[in-house]
Design a protein around this ligand. Structure first.
Ligand code: RIB
Length: 313
């Protein structure tokens, strides 16, 4: 790893309460779970944990509450080696909580109570401005207020960082063009692509059509995560596609977050977009083979082993 300045993740921290279910509940339906598990989640925390698990230095900026869930989240983040010196404690709000159902096919539904994440303000970006200006890559998601995200992204760009935004969860009303222009790379999944540009992609061709729309909004590069159908990307140097890796999915929670963590690590060490996307796709694929959110993040050795095998078998 050649990165000396840490990568910066500016975003959310949750505690996840996960129910294993045989199917996702329909409206009006009550179902049983054998029990719940509690773990570290939040898209920002998961991205930071996945970067640390890959061996890169990372700072997580955001907010937790001054409550027992905040202590759980901090302990777990610290055990990954994430730098928490810019993770504030909000005296007035509870730590974010996510209620998650995971079915037998590994699909999920997630309901988030944002809590302290929703109190992150643009001024919080000023507190971490020195690092944002020096970092090679800054990572963002949409579980904190967009004004704070844009403030931090703007500072990171003045220093020359690559700014990655995972537009998750995608707002119902979509995003303003100014957001597309404020970042370098967006990494939507299928539903986020539908919400943002009106195409639900299932294939490379669908994703290419969606990418055209993303770029027409002012975005420089887009990486469309197609789940079991691989990854399509398009940037200034052209487009490409990564075939899905042959893994057995048991839980897709945080696969996208681990994908983004891998993308950030690969770009920070100088990979070009095609090889960074392939590395990221391997990280995301491995995350689906384990239960949990941050706990599913793969190590560099595990990613290397998967990359040494052909994508399709
Ligand atoms: O992307 C997965 C994450 O979304 C979960 O960890 C949950 O906390 C929600 O933020």
């Amino acid at each position: 790893m050649t990165t000396s300045c840490p990568l910066v993740v500016f975003g959310s921290v949750n505690v996840d309460i996960v129910c294993a279910v045989d199917h996702l509940p329909k409206p009006g339906e009550t179902i049983h779970t054998p029990g719940t598990t509690t773990g570290l989640g939040g898209k920002g925390a998961n991205q930071a944990a996945s970067i640390a698990r890959l061996g890169a230095p990372v700072v997580l900026a955001g907010r937790t509450g001054a409550d027992p869930f905040g202590a759980i989240a901090r302990d777990r983040l610290a055990s990954f080696g994430v730098d928490l010196s810019h993770l504030a404690t909000d005296p007035d709000r509870a730590t974010g909580v996510a209620m998650i159902n995971v079915d037998l096919a590994g699909q999920n539904t997630i309901t988030v109570a944002g809590g302290a994440n929703l109190a992150v303000r643009p001024e919080d970006a000023d507190a971490v401005a020195g690092l944002l200006r020096r970092t090679p890559v800054a990572l963002f998601q949409l579980e904190i207020p967009i004004a704070a995200t844009l403030a931090a992204a703007g500072i990171a760009r003045t220093g020359g960082a690559v700014v990655i935004l995972d537009p998750a969860p995608a707002p119902k009303g979509g995003l303003d063009d100014s957001v597309f222009r404020a970042v370098d790379i967006m990494t939507p999944n299928e539903t986020e692509t539908m919400a943002l540009v009106g195409i639900l992609p299932h294939s490379r061709e669908d994703a290419a059509a969606a990418a055209e729309r993303f770029l027409s909004r002012g975005l420089a590069s887009v990486v469309v995560k197609l789940g079991a159908n691989g990854v399509y990307f398009r940037g200034p140097a052209g487009d490409g596609y990564v075939e899905p890796f042959p893994v057995t999915t048991i839980d897709s929670v945080a696969a996208g977050d681990c994908f983004n963590g891998g993308l950030a690590v690969a770009l920070s060490r100088g990979d070009d977009l095609p090889s960074a996307v392939r590395f990221a796709a391997a990280c995301g694929a491995l995350a689906t083979t384990r239960r949990g959110a941050s706990d599913a993040a793969p190590s560099l050795a595990e990613v290397g082993a998967l990359l040494s095998r052909p994508n399709r078998q």
